[in-house]
Design a protein around this ligand. Structure first.
Ligand code: CP3
Length: 379
């Protein structure tokens, strides 16, 4: 096993080294090139939650297996990932998994309740609960890396491969609240009233997440996307005081494993400069922030993922196309834009609209590039 993984790693690392040394528009997937802010022929496009419940192929697999069964059987997880990426013709595959998977080897059992999302059976309440969490069983998550290996073997360099994990705050909130939350009262209560226990929890999470990311990178992930889906529940002060330091540690440690990091959160307009301080290579913008304003708040030196409103995928063709064009015009051909939705695709989304968006992104961004080069030539 170790031999297989280290050889995969060296193959991917060599690929990255050659990518860094090649000239414009050669080598590496369009997705990876954009992530590294290198020139691309047209804007790469993919979707958060692209393999999930809106897709009939996923629903068919889901009728036979639970969500966790799909996650834990690499052949199934790889199949769902590959089918979606091919059907949509996107530039990157995102491994089919869930944010909550690391809770299990840490000692917290959970289930997915139909229509309600995840439910953690015995949520964390005390410092003793946090003490009891284990950080030595990340090997149990190997099934995610095994699925990534299969997807990479299928696509080679033709598509990017995205591995992912939750960010410390968002995972801690699930562990403490026991599920989704509106006001994050228990999470913030612990954060404010027992900061030592809070920091101990985040430290344990970072230890597990770095190991988990390492497995995914060794299996061939080109990047790790860190989902801080609920960071927008924090004030800038609380984010900076209680969350930014350990999130920065996670980002830096994943980067030191040799891949760029995409850091995504929702409702983050005011948090963007602080999120940038983590040093992430790319920031995922939610759909509320105009992309140009978001990029300005982040400053140069950072790639941007986003940020079509996923509900615009329900709009009539004309409006949807206008919204897609708006995002691309706001990005204005700057190196480092990865087109995406500004939060996950929801159930019921018409698949053909998602496919149309992929075609339009390529068409419009290639036209914009041609215009720029003809204007450049005339000057
Ligand atoms: O659609 C895909 O591409 C699947 C891969 C994927 C899943 N979860 C599978 C899943 C990804 C990238 C995730 C990440 C995830 N999980 C996040 C971060 C991304 C985000 O949207 O903010 C979060 C917060 C979770 C936690 C989670 N898992 C919730 C809140 C829920 C229920 C509601 C929901 O959004 O779907 C889940 C269940 C879940 N995870 C489903 C899927 C396909 C749906 C349930 C099912 O099929 O039974």
């Amino acid at each position: 096993m170790a031999t297989v993984n280290s050889s995969t790693l060296s193959a991917r690392t060599e690929k990255k080294a050659s990518l860094a040394s090649t000239g414009p528009l050669t080598g590496g997937s369009r997705f990876v090139r954009a992530l590294l802010r290198q020139p691309v022929d047209c804007t790469p496009v993919l979707f958060l939650r692209q393999a999930g419940r809106y897709m009939p192929e996923y629903q068919a697999v889901r009728r036979e297996h639970s969500l966790l069964e799909i996650c834990k059987q690499p052949a199934l997880a790889a199949e769902v990932t590959i089918t979606a990426a091919e059907k949509l013709d996107v530039d990157a595959a995102i491994i089919f998994a869930d944010l909550l998977l690391p809770l299990e080897p840490m000692g917290l059992d959970f289930t997915f309740q139909a229509g309600e999302g995840p439910v953690v059976h015995r949520p964390l309440r005390t410092a003793a609960d946090i003490d009891a969490l284990r950080t030595d069983r990340t090997e149990d998550l190997r099934y995610v890396a095994d699925a990534i290996e299969r997807v990479v073997a299928h696509f080679g360099d033709s598509k990017g491969m995205i591995g992912f994990c939750g960010a410390p705050f968002t995972l801690a909130s699930y562990m403490i609240e026991g599920g989704g939350s509106r006001n994050y009262i228990e999470t913030k209560r612990l954060m404010y009233s027992d900061t030592a226990a809070w920091n101990a929890l985040l430290e344990k999470l970072v230890a597990v997440l770095v190991d988990f990311a390492r497995q995914q990178i060794e299996a061939g992930a080109d990047t790790i996307q860190i989902f801080d889906s609920w960071a927008g529940a924090l004030s800038v002060t609380d984010y900076c005081e209680f969350v930014l330091p350990m999130t920065t540690t996670l980002v830096r440690r994943v980067q030191s494993l040799g891949v760029p990091v995409i850091y995504f959160g929702v409702d983050t307009a005011m948090l963007l400069p602080a999120m940038r301080e983590t040093g992430a290579d790319a920031i995922g913008l939610d759909w509320r922030t105009p992309l140009d304003a978001g990029w300005k708040a982040l400053g140069a030196g950072c790639a941007v993922q986003g940020n079509l409103d996923p509900i615009a995928l329900f709009a009539p063709e004309k409006i949807l196309r206008t919204r897609v064009a708006e995002v691309l015009h706001q990005a204005n051909g700057r190196a480092g834009h990865i087109f995406n939705v500004g939060h996950g695709i929801v159930p019921g989304t018409p698949v053909e609209n998602v496919q149309r968006v992929v075609r339009w992104v390529r068409e419009i961004s290639a036209e914009m590039a041609a215009q720029r080069s003809s204007q450049g030539g005339a000057r």
